[in-house]
Design a protein around this ligand. Structure first.
Ligand SMILES: Nc1ncnc2c1ncn2[C@@H]1O[C@H](COP(=O)(O)OP(=O)(O)OP(=O)(O)O)[C@@H](O)[C@H]1O
Ligand SMILES: [Mg+2]
Length: 258
């Protein structure tokens, strides 16, 4: 049965989608069965896997209608590794309002994932930069949360807000845990970033991932090309970094017996 990991941080542009896509793709090349769910109306994860084409259905329909099937599309890369994607679309933006008066609206994603989680080793959920219903659905469905962050002082305050929301989600999902905080766009040459690194390690201790993903233009280029870094030429350094991250995730999951 899959471990469900929500990738969350209400701050925008901190690397949630990039982490979900590249970690998912890396673990899939390691032979793991992966489902990646796009819960962001911006649909960046969907685009990250080159799925901008007109899709018949998105996660929005499944959230609106409990009986609808979760739409799952399979992507295969050059190496033959596959990853399953539940795409998003702009339609998702209206789901929050449509479900506003519905009992159990926070449980919709969990109900859908319960039906498919036996088919996977890991389910990753990419979330939008807000703490609204879509993120809450992800936190209620997840076993644990991976928090990508930039090494900026403005980001630190956001981490505490996210912790609060995770505690609130625990009312519906008491077993939820923080898998770790991960520096996803780290530039060690900048003094502010080094200071934040220090602060994070002092205050969050071993919840901070040892692996950091450095700023790397190939990561951005691969995203724009609609492929994960391991399918993009010249991104060896980034590929290695995500492999280290994937191994650390596997170790943490094992150590914490999640
Ligand atoms: N390590 C990195 N090096 C360089 N660019 C990066 C790196 N990680 C992410 N980026 C780029 O930073 C931008 C923001 O990343 P991403 O979209 O993953 O953040 P996000 O948290 O999902 O954003 P949003 O909150 O809008 O959903 C993207 O253009 C992405 O390609
Ligand atoms: Mg995103």
């Amino acid at each position: 049965m899959a471990l469900i990991i929500a990738c969350a941080n209400q701050k925008g542009g901190v690397g949630k989608t990039t982490t979900t896509a590249n970690l998912g793709a890396t673990l899939s090349r390691m032979g793991k069965h992966i489902l990646a769910v796009d819960m962001d109306p911006q649909a960046n994860l969907t685009a990250h896997f080159g799925m901008e084409r007109e899709l018949e259905s998105s996660v929005a329909g499944a959230l609106r209608d409990r009986k609808a099937e979760l739409p799952i599309y399979r992507i295969e890369d050059d190496s033959g590794a596959t990853i399953d994607i539940v795409p998003a679309s702009l339609e998702l933006a209206s789901v929050e309002f449509q479900l506003a008066a519905v009992i159990g609206r926070e449980l919709r994603l969990r109900e859908h994932l319960e039906r498919v989680r036996d088919n996977y080793d890991f389910v990753f959920i990419d979330t939008p930069p807000s703490l609204g219903l879509l993120t809450v659905n992800a936190l209620v469905a997840a076993d644990c949360v991976l928090i990508p962050t930039e090494a900026r002082f403005f980001s630190l305050q956001g981490l505490y807000m996210l912790q609060e929301t995770i505690s609130e989600a625990a009312a519906l999902n008491p077993k939820i845990e923080i898998l770790g905080v991960m520096l996803s766009k780290y530039d060690r040459r900048l003094r502010e970033e080094k200071a934040v690194w220090q602060y994070l390690h002092e205050h969050w201790g071993d919840r901070v991932f040892t692996t950091e993903i450095g700023t790397n233009s190939k990561i951005l280029e691969a995203a724009s090309a609609g492929v994960p870094v391991n399918a993009y030429t010249g991104a060896r350094k980034a590929v290695n970094a995500y492999q280290l991250l994937a191994r650390e995730v596997l170790d943490r999951v094992e150590t914490a017996r999640l």
